[in-house]
Design a protein around this ligand. Structure first.
Ligand code: GRF
Length: 196
């Protein structure tokens, strides 16, 4: 690739998809040379699926056998099949509440990114904003990192700091972190595209 080719994205999410929207905004603004080929979710009612449909992307819900945690190998193979069918260059976990396993990792080595609402390695896992408040942090933030087999343990690519303000609740802090996420994640994908 020469930095001008359009990067083909696969986005995996379980929730409302505000980071997905931020990616789409960057594409539409002409700052991110990418197209969303497919949106995949483990939750049939996830708003991100609706947003993907509106975008004209392929959307599929693949519900693993277990309610939470790891994806079973058979379902993970289906994720891989669809991502390959769409010739995806880069997989983005944007609020995907599952632990990615070896099948998906092996299919896209160095090509799966996650966004997490803390300054990793602090506050891995769920409810990171609440964890930051409980720890008495005055600064927290968000991180984009490569995905490995752990929970929010992969190599850090970029981070952005966010202040914790007096009177913050987990909700108000999470909302401030998300504003930073919506800048950080597209900018990391822009950098990734430039290196291709
Ligand atoms: C984000 O805070 C992200 O860091 C975390 O899940 C949340 C997803 O939010 N992994 P959204 O669905 O993109 O609005």
């Amino acid at each position: 690739m020469n930095g001008r080719r359009v990067l083909r994205l696969g986005v995996l999410g379980s929730g409302r998809g505000s980071n997905f929207k931020a990616i789409c905004r960057a594409i539409d603004a002409g700052t991110l040379p990418a197209e969303v080929r497919v949106v995949l979710s483990d939750q049939p009612a996830a708003r991100i699926l609706e947003l993907g449909k509106q975008r004209g992307a392929r959307t599929e819900c693949l519900t693993p056998a277990t309610a939470r945690g790891k994806i079973d190998a058979a379902t993970e193979e289906q994720y891989v099949r669809i991502l390959r069918e769409e010739k995806v260059d880069l997989v983005i976990l944007a609020g995907f509440m599952r632990i990615v396993g070896p099948t998906l990792l092996a299919a896209f080595p160095g090509r799966i990114l996650n966004i997490h609402p803390s300054l990793l390695p602090k506050h891995r896992g769920a409810n990171a904003a609440a964890q930051a408040l409980a720890a008495g942090d005055t600064v927290t933030g968000c991180t984009v990192h490569y995905v490995d087999e752990g929970v929010d343990t992969g190599e850090i690519i970029a981070q952005r700091e966010v202040p914790v303000l007096p009177g913050d609740t987990a909700e108000s802090l999470q909302a401030r972190i998300q504003t930073a996420e919506h800048e950080l994640l597209p900018s990391v994908i822009v950098d990734f595209a430039a290196r291709e």
